[in-house]
Design a protein around this ligand. Structure first.
Ligand code: HEC
Length: 164
């Protein structure tokens, strides 16, 4: 066997081996085609009946039941400060800095959002009722249950009570 022949033999063998290996992958795809499920792809298991989220369920009472709820937040200066910051982020766009319902977004509403400032509708509402409006929304006002935690909602109530 001269050099050239040996060379072509080597090439032929390599080609054959490559073909065999490639074919193996094509023929025996057990490991390749195993059933895999992507995140959220069906079948999704439904949680067993009666299961609760690990972080607990937030309390979203109906209006009638809400009236008697008392604010678990003591209303300390810190709570009011926290509530003030939250109020600025979540309520001011519609209700305005003064709470009168003249926020930049609120002005576009017809009728404009309720006055929740000093002397506004909140004077005749219980803490629980305000909490429930923020939790569930009312009329054109959206629910804030997904954005503001229960404790934070109560801090906003404390802030509204301290509104001057
Ligand atoms: C997207 C605009 C919008 C935002 C943001 C908003 N509100 Fe309102 N709010 C309204 C409108 C509109 C009403 C009037 C609801 C109705 O009676 O139809 C209202 C009414 C209210 C009322 C009185 C409910 C009643 O019975 O009349 C309270 C209390 C209140 N909002 C509190 C808040 C607080 C606290 C926040 C911040 C966490 C907030 N709102 C954020 C639009 C908004």
């Amino acid at each position: 066997m001269n050099g050239t022949m040996r060379h072509s033999a080597l090439v032929a063998v390599s080609l054959f081996l490559a073909l065999v290996l490639f074919a193996c992958e094509k023929i025996d795809r057990n490991m390749w085609d195993n059933p895999a499920f992507g995140p959220q792809s069906p079948p999704v298991r439904t949680p067993p009946e009666g299961s609760v989220p690990t972080k607990g369920l937030s309390h979203r009472p109906a209006m009638q039941a809400a009236a008697s709820l008392s604010n678990p937040v003591a209303g300390s200066a810190l709570d009011v400060e926290g509530g003030k910051a939250l109020f600025t982020v979540y309520c001011v766009p519609c209700h305005g800095v003064s709470g009168k319902g003249d926020g930049a977004v609120g002005r576009k509403f017809s009728p404009t959002p309720s006055n929740i400032g000093p002397g506004g509708i909140t004077r005749s509402m219980s803490d629980g009722e305000i909490y429930t409006v923020v939790s569930n929304g009312e009329g054109l006002m959206p629910s804030f249950a997904a954005d503001i935690s229960p404790v934070e909602r109560w801090r906003i109530v404390a802030r509204l009570r301290a509104f001057k």
